[in-house]
Ligand binder design. Structure first.
Ligand code: GUN
Length: 280
């Protein structure tokens, strides 16, 4: 079994991004907005700030109280849309229950939507036009490419159908000529579906969901989830030691998809900065 080392590839990508960003007339700028005090979201936001520092980007962080009215968040986003020095706007999800996530996402200018969540970018992905790609699925594709795992003609099974991961993941694999199945909580006989997969991607958030009997010998298995075990240690959806005996390629958690997601956010922000400076 070969480990798909997302940490190493992300380090390489960020170094390339840093070099390219240093050559721009104006450095890329990213604004990250966190509403409320979800501890996992706090960790993500802090790591995004560090990534910006490492890549030589300007960054701003906004911490809003959980009870902030949606109108105040929309005003903040509209202000950031107008800022010349801000190329990317990321509003960390999930938002508190009183907010309409779609309304907030739609308020972000599509040109600054480095998450690729705006309906304009999501629609362009659907019809195969250029767009900002959601960071996690785009990171998985770069990881597959790095290890010369070509989806063309393969059976790909994606478990999970979120707008952030499952659906765009399916579209990116389809774009690369895989035969794609999206599975979800109502899929009958998930193990049988998974056993068909040459490329199996799990993005559910349930520890040990993917057991060795669900994996075809020689498959590529990508674990997108970030769960914690009973001792608080990070783990994914895949029963790692058992699946490692059957898979040909497997992502670790941590050190697989997570670092790639972060690297793609930097790549998207660099791209937004270049577009806004008419450099591409
Ligand atoms: N919450 C979990 N993943 C993401 C992501 O990729 N972007 C944003 N904005 N929020 C998230």
């Amino acid at each position: 079994m070969t480990l798909l080392d997302g940490k190493a590839l992300a380090t390489k990508l960020k170094e390339e991004i840093r070099r390219e960003a240093a050559g721009l007339p104006r450095r890329p700028g990213l604004a990250v907005v966190l509403v409320g005090e979800d501890p996992a979201s706090r960790v993500y936001v802090t790591s995004k700030r560090k990534d910006c520092e490492n890549c030589g980007f300007y960054s701003e962080e906004y911490d809003l109280l959980a009870q902030t009215p949606q109108s105040a968040l929309l005003e903040l986003v509209e202000g950031l849309n107008e800022r010349a020095d801000i190329d990317g706007i990321l509003v960390q999800l999930p938002l508190p229950g009183h907010m309409d996530e779609q309304a907030v996402i739609q308020a972000i200018s599509p040109e600054k939507d480095v998450d690729g969540f705006h309906p304009m970018n999501a629609g362009n992905l659907l019809i195969g036009r250029e767009s900002f790609l959601p960071c996690t699925p785009a990171g998985v594709m770069e990881l597959l490419d790095e290890y010369h795992i070509d989806p063309a003609g393969k059976r790909a099974v994606v478990v999970g159908r979120s707008n952030i991961v499952g659906k765009p993941m399916g579209l990116l694999l389809l774009r690369r000529d895989a035969t794609v199945t999206l599975c979800h909580s109502k899929t009958p006989d998930l193990p049988e579906m998974c056993r068909q997969a040459d490329i199996l991607i799990s993005a559910v958030g349930r520890r040990n969901l993917i057991t060795a009997d669900m994996v075809k010998e020689g498959a590529t298995v990508v674990d997108v989830a970030m769960n914690r075990d009973e001792s608080g240690k990070l783990c994914g959806d895949v029963d790692f030691p058992a699946v490692a005996e059957r898979a040909a390629f497997l992502t670790p958690v941590p050190g697989g998809v997570g670092p790639m997601t972060r690297a793609i956010l930097m790549k998207n922000t660099l791209l937004a900065a270049k577009k806004r400076q008419n450099l591409c």
